[in-house]
Design a protein around this ligand. Structure first.
Ligand SMILES: C[S@@+](CC[C@H](N)C(=O)[O-])C[C@H]1O[C@@H](n2cnc3c(N)ncnc32)[C@H](O)[C@@H]1O
Length: 295
């Protein structure tokens, strides 16, 4: 197979091994890679061979992401089911979990976490499993994504409320009796005109990836909704944090937008907190504290 697909721009020996492990596994569970190394003599049967042929073709000829072929992706040490209804969780998104853990500290039972654009529920379910006393809500506009999210929270035993909503529109903050709120948003932030966009992105849902205005349109709309929601007199959290994932090239334009939009006599103030993320973690994320402006 390596001879046949070695020239493919998508070829990787690791992916080939993982496909073989998947085809050799039983009941949806892959064999470990160490199994391949320990059993160089292993012969695969006809069905396993056919499955491997199909998977290898999809991966190395068509460029389909490995996670969709295997139907799963590891995130923060747990496997999440994924298919083309949801974005494949990315390693950089694990940074957001670290940020949540740092903010919450020992005060789990005081926190509500709302994960906007929950997709596979990788953020929502991970927060619930890592910090079981935090109340967690996952929101997505896509009914399809929410079906996958439900599958994951059920499979992992994570108690997460799932809600279909355009950003925060349907989230009623007055319904939650908590002192502190964290809103995590990994929204679509890819601009279709960026030249680094890989062919593999074509397999992922457009609603999960792309946004207008240099990729910032949905993030800006989200921040405007935060302003609406937080300045409502029914929203009574003592502490409010917003954690955003974005591309490193978008940080300066977004910070300028926030400065222009939320300084002065607006209803809320957004103050960047640079202490939560370690150096390197801050490449793809921003953390803000949100305060109601005093009337
Ligand atoms: C970049 S993906 C993030 C998925 C997941 N949270 C993760 O980190 O892997 C963005 C998600 O936001 C959802 N989304 C896009 N526009 C939305 C909107 N207006 N309101 C709520 N969710 C939205 C998409 O359906 C998609 O699941």
């Amino acid at each position: 197979m390596q001879d046949r697909y070695g020239q493919s721009p998508f070829f990787s020996k690791l992916d080939l091994e993982l496909i073989l492990c998947y085809c050799l596994g039983e009941g949806g569970a892959s064999k470990d890679r160490s199994f391949l190394a320990a059993h160089p003599e292993i012969e695969i049967n006809f069905d396993q061979g056919m499955a491997a042929e199909i998977a290898v073709h999809k991966r190395f000829s068509e460029g389909e992401p490995l996670a969709y072929i295997l139907g799963k992706k590891e995130f923060y040490g747990r496997d999440f089911c994924v298919d083309n209804r949801v974005l494949i969780p990315r390693p950089e998104t694990e940074t957001l979990i670290n940020a949540v853990k740092k903010i919450v500290g020992e005060k789990q039972d005081q926190f509500l976490l709302v994960d906007v654009g929950t997709g596979s529920a990788c953020i929502a379910a991970t927060v619930k499993l890592e910090l079981p006393k935090v109340q967690v809500v996952g929101v997505d506009i896509s009914e399809w994504a929410l079906t996958v999210a439900k599958e994951n929270v059920d499979k992992l035993g994570a108690e997460v409320e799932l809600l279909q909503s355009d950003l925060l529109e349907k989230v009623d903050f007055s319904a939650y009796d908590k002192e502190s709120l964290i809103i995590v948003a990994n929204l679509p932030y890819v601009d279709k005109n960026w030249d680094w966009i890989s062919r593999e992105l074509a397999f992922e849902p457009e609603t999960a990836l792309y946004a207008r205005d240099g990729g910032l349109a949905e993030i800006k709309r989200f921040l405007q909704q935060v302003e609406e929601k937080v300045s409502d007199k029914c929203c009574n959290f003592d502490n409010i944090y917003v954690i955003l994932e974005l591309d490193s090239s978008q940080k300066d334009p977004l910070l300028k937008y926030i400065e222009k939009t939320f300084s002065g006599n607006q209803r809320i103030k957004l103050k960047q907190n640079k202490k939560i993320l370690a150096q390197g973690e801050d490449n793809f994320a921003l953390v803000f504290e949100v305060c109601k402006a005093i009337a």
